[in-house]
Design a protein around this ligand. Structure first.
Ligand SMILES: Nc1nc2c(ncn2[C@@H]2O[C@H](COP(=O)(O)OP(=O)(O)OP(=O)(O)O)[C@@H](O)[C@H]2O)c(=O)[nH]1
Ligand SMILES: [Mg+2]
Length: 409
């Protein structure tokens, strides 16, 4: 009966009043669409950023108060100006939640302290401004001198100090001066420009000419999915992949954008991204066995003169030269040679030639020669998964040896 009455009411009184919408008896209750939320937009993920210049400004200190207390029966009750609060520091702190520097702004400023007040009320100190950065962040001054390296979770670096709060006139009260008419202004916060770089903390770094198959290899050994294409400079930013082992040990491998001869003169993509391999335990040179056979176009793109045939050994020499230009001694790091694309015709012969050439060079050179740093040479095919198991085993052996050593040291 009641249900019928409600239905009639609804029919007569259209549009349906708000109360009826939720009435479970009402057969005419409409489905109310949820309103679109206003102003809530998903923040677009920025690109991976591994270098920024930031102007950091500490907060200004609050001013001290200049004031004299006057009470009903005591007109000159003395100075009562409170001190200003201290300005906040700008502090970089390592957090495992952050992987890039894309969230840093050009200007990072901390809050200022609150001014002192009458009746000896001190101003509030400003909160410090904590900015989260990834593990492996290096902070340098504007002219490039080293300031800090943040390598562990929770590491902090005070980039700009906040100014001290000014003293109020009550602070200056003394037996000699019973009515100090002086109060301090809060100090300005420190202002400076810092360069912030991200050094990827990978155990192994893949180095090679563009198109050598570095990204294909990283895809083959880890779950990382860097883009792979048949043209040079597909990878523009470093990618890190984790190689997982049965005992839950994880090894980080970094795919570094391709290097070309003259990279130290800013050819190709330059060599700034080599900072990502500065801390690697071992360098993995990925040599392209197909490069010598693709005459013309690709060699022109890589700016390799056609007269010099880029045999795997030539590639190795050129890559090492570029590394030395970036940081003397870098090419002497323990390294593995991967001759990639063994599935191509004639590749086996090139691997043998490479091994023979290395043997010859080792025989010629003195003990401290850079060729001694080469641990092993492997012929692999990242695309056809040939030789990958042996490579993974070798990576683990090197990791176990060097990782334990570095922990001991
Ligand atoms: N035949 C053959 N082709 C391969 C092999 N590994 C990679 N390639 C091909 O080589 C081309 C380049 O591979 P990438 O992995 O993008 O090379 P990259 O070294 O990452 O190149 P950049 O990102 O430009 O530095 C792609 O067309 C791959 O399919 C391999 O083992 N055998
Ligand atoms: Mg690539």
């Amino acid at each position: 009966m009641l249900k019928g009455l409600n239905s009639v009411l609804c029919f007569i009184k259209r549009p349906v009043p708000q109360d009826f919408i939720s009435c479970y008896l009402c057969t005419y209750a409409r489905h109310v669409k949820p309103k679109k939320s206003k102003g809530v937009s998903l923040r677009k993920k920025g690109h991976f950023v591994d270098y920024v210049e930031v102007e950091v400004c500490g907060g200004k200190g609050g001013n001290g108060m200049l004031s004299f207390l006057s009470l009903p029966h005591r007109e000159w009750a003395g100075p009562d100006g409170g001190d200003g609060g201290h300005g906040g520091h700008v502090i970089f702190q390592v957090s495992h939640n952050i992987k890039s520097l894309s969230h840093l702004r050009r200007l990072e400023k901390a809050d200022s302290g609150v001014n002192g007040k009458t009746k000896q009320r001190h101003g509030k100190n400003a909160e410090h401004r904590f900015i989260e950065v990834p593990k492996g962040t290096v902070i340098k001054t504007e002219n490039g001198s080293f300031l800090a390296s943040l390598d562990k979770e929770g590491d902090i670096f005070i980039a700009a100090r906040g100014g001290a709060g000014g003293k109020g006139n009550h602070f200056f009260l003394s037996n000699e001066n019973r009515a100090p008419a002086v109060a301090e202004v809060g100090a300005e916060g420190q202002v400076r420009v810092v360069k912030i770089e991200l050094k990827t903390m990978a155990h192994f770094g893949l180095i090679g000419f563009p198109n050598a198959g570095k990204s294909t290899l990283l895809r083959a050994i880890s779950r990382a999915r860097p883009a792979v294409s048949a043209y040079p400079f597909t990878t523009l930013n470093p990618h890190v992949g984790m190689v997982l082992y049965d005992d839950h040990e994880q090894i980080a491998v970094a795919d570094i954008p391709g290097l070309i001869p003259g990279a130290h003169l800013n050819k190709g993509l330059g060599m700034d991204f080599l900072r990502h391999i500065e801390r690697c335990l071992c360098l993995v040179y990925v040599l392209d066995l197909g490069l010598g056979s693709q005459i013309g176009e690709q060699q022109q793109q890589l700016e390799i003169s056609p007269s010099s045939s880029p045999t795997p050994f030539d590639q190795l020499t050129k890559l090492r030269y570029e590394l030395e230009q970036y940081q003397p001694g870098l090419s002497r790091r323990p390294s593995l040679l991967l001759a990639n694309k063994v599935d191509l015709p004639g590749a086996e012969r090139k691997v043998e030639e490479l091994q023979a050439k290395l043997k010859e060079e080792r025989g010629k050179d003195k003990l401290e020669d850079q060729h001694r740093s080469i641990l092993k040479v492997y012929g692999v095919s990242a695309k056809r998964a040939i030789g990958i198991d042996e490579l993974l085993h070798e990576l683990r052996v090197i990791y176990d040896k060097n990782h334990v050593l570095s922990q001991d040291g």
